[in-house]
Design a protein around this ligand. Structure first.
Ligand SMILES: *Cc1c(COP(=O)(O)O)cnc(C)c1O
Ligand SMILES: [Zn+2]
Length: 431
């Protein structure tokens, strides 16, 4: 067929759905959609710009219906993402639409009366929220004809990239600090592609990756969180969309979000703003709160000191997935927390462990250390009067406790070890 010859000769042309350009967050400079992440004029970060609902004017009700009729994963929001309309038919891990758990028992324990939900993103294919961001980066890599998927990772991203690469048919080679938890390392390596441990912390890994991108070795490589970062970031908007849809298309009063680079928090705010602009939810004030571990708290330190700049730290915490000492989106997190009337707080490692156990024993959710940071900070925000307990709150659990067993293993043991007899059970005082 003549038509087929033409089509295969030109390969498929890039299709980014409603996305029309990249724009600089700092100076507004616009550039064509490409595998670039920094503004050539001012070095500011680039982000995806859209033209929504051009053409046949679709009202909010129509768009809501179209979303609700979509697949039970992030692709139901394809009209709001930089992906082709037929994205759901491509090989992908199809993350998202995780449970929004009504957390009444935890609320009672914390003294929250206005309603509390936990958005449980441990339910994603590789058990962290990173599947969302990787899915969008994979579509960008397909569009740009890249062949190798990579990342600098604090652990969860490496696993998400490894699995998505296999499913979508890419080579992958991911980079992690050499001293991560076994759960993260194995989860990344099991997909049979390359996982490289770097002798250094995440910020060293990230620097190394930036160098690799600039080198001929890195040609054809898509680093999900570096040169594909503008697309990657958009995946976090789906958390905002899902929370609001699952609440019945309305905004909560407060959202508590853990911070590593700050990308997730920044893009959740972007997603909420879009929902308001498109009329998908009614506009009302909401507060965004950020959560960090005390051992890596560059953003909460800046917030409390009233600074606009984030001074880098050397991380030392069990919350390794959040251990980014020099967070790229830190200043934007400060802006958002201040603009919305929220806050950025931190808790120490003991409080992280206590919070993991608190969430587990009240709601049956086993979170990784990042989830412990979030719930620990929520507790602290209520106790210190920074969060109104009469307001409706959503806390995000971003990862699965099975990946960070070491954090709780020493203090989480069987009630008893007994012989297989009733006498032995009685002697243990459990009857
Ligand atoms: C990566 C990660 C985050 C947040 O990452 P950002 O860089 O701030 O977007 C939160 N929780 C877990 C478990 C993660 O792996
Ligand atoms: Zn710029």
């Amino acid at each position: 067929m003549a038509v087929e010859t033409v089509a295969s000769a030109t390969t498929t042309s890039p299709d980014f759905g409603p996305a029309v350009a990249l724009s600089c967050r700092e100076c507004g400079e616009r550039v064509p959609l490409g595998p670039v992440f920094a503004c050539a004029v001012c070095f500011g970060p680039l982000e995806v710009a859209y033209e929504f609902s051009s053409g046949a004017a679709e009202d909010a009700e129509g768009l809501r219906k179209r979303i609700e009729a979509g697949p039970h994963n992030i692709w139901r929001y394809a009209p709001l993402l930089p992906v082709p309309a037929d994205v759901a038919s491509k090989p992908n891990l199809n993350p998202g639409f995780t449970k929004l758990v009504k957390a009444d028992r935890l609320a009672r324990e914390l003294g929250i009366t206005g309603g509390l939900h936990v958005k449980d993103d441990s339910g994603n294919p590789t058990h962290s929220f990173k599947d969302r961001v990787v899915a969008i980066a994979v579509e960008a890599a397909r569009n740009f004809g890249l062949t190798t998927l990579s990342c600098s990772s604090t652990g969860n991203l490496a696993g998400a990239v490894g699995a998505a690469a296999v499913r979508a048919g890419f080579r992958s080679c991911v980079f992690i600090p050499h001293d991560l938890e076994d759960g993260k390392v194995v989860m990344a390596a099991v997909y049979g592609q390359d996982v490289v441990g770097i002798e250094g912390n995440y910020d060293d890994v990230n620097r190394f990756c930036s160098e690799l991108i600039g080198d001929p070795i890195g040609e054809g490589w898509g680093f999900t969180n570096v040169n594909l970062r503008p697309y990657y970031g958009e995946g976090s908007k789906t958390l905002a969309y899902e929370i609001c849809e699952q609440l019945g298309w309305r905004l909560p009063d407060n959202i508590i979000i853990p911070i590593a680079s700050g990308s997730q928090l920044t893009k959740i705010d972007k997603g909420l703003q879009e929902l308001i602009k498109l009329g998908l939810v009614e506009e009302k004030p909401y507060k965004i709160y950020g959560a960090q571990a005390e051992g890596c708290s560059p953003v909460s330190t800046a917030f409390k000191a009233g600074h606009d700049v984030v001074r880098p730290q050397k991380p030392n915490t069990i919350a390794k997935s959040l251990a980014i000492g020099n967070p790229a989106d830190g200043p934007y997190v400060l802006d958002i927390a201040r603009r919305t009337g929220g806050a950025v707080e931190d808790v120490n490692d003991d409080q992280v462990v206590d919070a993991i156990k608190l969430l587990a024993r009240t709601e049956g959710i086993f979170a990784e250390t990042a989830g412990g940071v979030t719930i620990g900070v929520l507790k602290k925000l209520v106790e210190t009067g920074q969060l109104d307990p009469a307001a409706e709150t959503v806390a995000i659990n971003t990862g699965d406790g099975l990946k960070t067993l070491d954090a709780v293993a020493p203090t989480t043991r069987p009630s008893a070890i007994i012989r297989p007899t009733l006498d032995s059970f009685r002697e243990a005082g459990l009857a």
